[in-house]
Design a protein around this ligand. Structure first.
Ligand code: ADP
Length: 398
């Protein structure tokens, strides 16, 4: 069974075709800068040798981008199908469950209407998700589609963890609460860690560190807390997001800089984090390189972000009543030994005994234990696979 995975961001689109019988990825691609002057389409046909296609287009919207994806999927040189009817199902990554869905759902008119109602909870991503759902329904009439939500894994959080301490009636009226994001990634690495650990009731802290970063506290496979909130702005220091900040800073800065609330949130979402503090940029590798070349603000933001992760690990260890395993995943978590070392140094008091050489020479794209075998708390580097989670849930629902 061939499952097309569609993962739309506010101005991007990632896709894969997965043969669910073998769980192999047949095609993987990405499109950036949708709605801007120039979009790059990268399309990789897996196999040996891998065939790579890259070209520049201009797309006004996600529907236009998807049309090109469908052309590529059946193209002579880079296609994986002779006919588009060989797609058996589509799995869409959708940002927000809201309070309406408790897990993945089959897509139909009724579930689309609920997603449309939830647009205010994710005003940048939800319209792109819904556009892609509607375009695929037109391009593939009758093919079953499933929505897999980024917030769903976190729905097991207890109420005392997901509530904000605002007047209760506003929580009830407007559903203002912590939802959390990166759920498919946290779910995937939780599954791998549980298999590696064996046994029951394991307490796992997952650090997903990438352009966007979040951390989750998981007990016996169920999420107990996570660092992102109503939106992905809360929590860790990220590529361009500030993460946690005193909300009173908003009024102070709006006054000083003459911002309205939209400008203020744009500043916290797009101009802060690695980019804002370092002045170098949002990309982890660039900031790392600048830090190694002596740039003090780059060094500072790396220290700030590692310190924030360390604080959350402490908090979540307390919340879970101890910790059995810490997981690193995401572009930075998987690839930056320096970040892992900054986070983990000093956590020996929890029962960590690290193999620092193994951390430094950790092979890429493999599940690796970087703590010593004798360590009471295991530390794993686990490559995430959000698309596979979406494919499995799509198969299970159809
Ligand atoms: P997204 O949140 O967009 O899914 P990823 O999880 O793919 O992001 O992570 C991308 C980030 O990981 C980029 O900022 C990239 O520079 C960073 N990254 C990748 N490798 C390294 C490395 N070796 N050191 C530091 N940062 C890295």
């Amino acid at each position: 069974m061939n499952i097309l995975i569609v993962n739309a961001g506010s101005s991007s689109l990632k896709y894969q075709v997965i043969d669910i019988a073998t769980e192999q990825c047949l095609v993987s691609g990405g499109i950036d800068c949708i709605g801007q002057e120039k979009s790059t389409v990268s399309h990789d046909l897996m196999g040996t040798p891998k065939k790579e296609y890259e070209a520049t287009y201009k797309f006004d919207n996600h529907t236009q981008a998807l049309n090109v994806v469908f052309e590529l999927l059946v193209s002579k040189d880079f296609g994986v199908f002779t006919d588009i009817s060989e797609i058996d199902a589509v799995g869409h990554r959708v940002l927000h469950t809201g309070v309406d869905f408790t897990g993945s759902v089959l897509i139909n008119d009724e579930t689309i209407a609920i997603m449309e109602k939830n647009i205010p909870l994710g005003p940048l991503h939800m319209p792109a998700n819904i556009d892609c759902i509607k375009s695929c329904a037109k391009l593939l009439p009758g093919v079953p589609m499933v929505a897999v939500f980024d917030t769903a894994f976190h729905l097991t959080m207890p109420k005392h963890a997901y509530m904000y301490a605002i007047p209760y009636e506003d929580y009830e009226k407007y559903q203002v609460r912590r939802y959390g994001f990166h759920g498919t990634s946290h779910k995937y690495v939780t599954g791998v860690a549980m298999e590696l650990l064996g046994g029951e009731n394991k307490r796992i802290i997952n650090c997903h560190l990438g352009n966007g970063s979040s951390i989750s506290a998981v007990k016996d496979g169920k999420c107990q807390d996570t660092s992102m909130g109503l939106t992905p702005l809360e929590g860790l220091v990220m590529g361009t997001r500030s993460g946690d900040i005193d909300p009173a800073c908003l009024e102070y800065l709006m006054d000083k800089k003459g911002f309205d609330i939209h400008q203020m949130l744009n500043y916290l979402n797009k101009e802060s984090g690695f980019k804002g503090v370092s002045g170098v940029g949002s990309d982890g590798r660039e900031v790392q390189a600048a830090a190694e070349n002596g740039n003090e603000r780059a060094q500072l933001v790396l220290e700030m972000s590692a310190y924030r992760v360390k604080k959350y690990i402490g908090a979540y260890t307390a919340a879970l009543g101890g910790v059995d395993c810490i997981v690193f995943t995401g572009g930075i978590g998987e690839n930056s030994y320096d970040t892992r070392e900054r986070v983990l140094r000093g956590l020996e008091y929890l029962g960590l005994d690290m193999d620092w050489d193994k951390n430094k020479n950790c092979p890429r794209k493999q599940n690796v234990e970087i703590s010593k075998p004798s360590s009471k708390v295991k530390v794993f580097v686990l490559p995430t696979n959000e698309e596979l989670v979406i494919a499995r849930e799509t198969r299970d629902l159809i």
